[in-house]
Write a protein that binds this ligand. Sequence first.
Ligand code: DAH
Length: 340
Amino acid sequence: MIEKIEEMFTKIAEEKVNTMQELENFRLQYIAKKGKLNSLFEDFKNVPNEQKRIIGQKLNELKTVVAEKYQKLQDVFQSTDTTKTEKDLTLTGFPLQFGSRHPLSIIKNEIVQIFSKIGFDISEGPEIEDDWHVFTSLNFPLEHPARDMQDTFFLEKNPDILLRTHTSSVQVRVMETTKPPLRFIFPGRVFRNEAVSARAHCIFHQVEGLYINKNVSFADLKQTLLYFAQEMFGAKTQIRLRPSYFPFTEPSAEMDISCTICNGKGCNVCKHSGWVEILGCGMVDPNVLICNNIDPNKYSGYAFGMGIERITMLKYQINDIRLFFENDIRFLSQFTPELT
Ligand code: DAH
């Protein structure tokens, strides 16, 4: 008999009740006239007299535990029962579930913080843009393939209205309204007419950086990017700059970081090279400064642009970009809740 009672204690403790129906089942199973508790009390009648005191005590304890659990659950369900007309609106909802930040937001905030620490301001521009801000004033030649329907979502033609393909357009917006010296980062969403795959998406996010002042040199750019890479990926991270081409910078480069997964030894992520590319950068092309009424003989500047998805995938070792846009709660809930 004692064993039966102990067993019931454990069962009660483990019993999960999430709906009103389950609460009713709980009542029927344990508390109702034909429930398990009463059947134990029936058995109690056959307990020899000398054991009655100790078993009776246990049985009463069990009865209290069952009643308390039932009462507690009932309170909870009544406080969230929307069918009742009188509700105590000051009660918290139940069960209270904390959300978590989207991984892209976590990393975006981190990038913003890193650059804020060294004096970069933040600005954002429109997602729907015109040809001037996305291409022409950034020194894209007329026949540049990025203007092609393949890469750009056009909303209207002649004059062209389009979804921005990069956040470099915000460079132009800021140069229009702010006199140098200027030091900004521009986080935002961009759009490209690309086939969706594990590595590419038609929507993604970038952070663009721009610094214009007197005597800005490539060494300033390199040091800023080294600082960023080490803050983001750890103090041991190394960078390397490879010559590249972008219409709006001259010279241009792509930056790799030493692979944080294998520490440069070679793995799948870095395709056994020890390095992974994370951004494009360069010295602002004098043509871009001229287009924006800044005298290239007086001022120089650097710019850089990085994909937030790419950095997030490296940080969290995520291997499919599509996961960011599916909003599957099983994926999203893996990232630390951040309540600030
Ligand atoms: N806008 C480029 C892209 O979307 C990224 C980029 C490269 C931005 C070099 C820059 C830069 O500011 O200097 O691929």
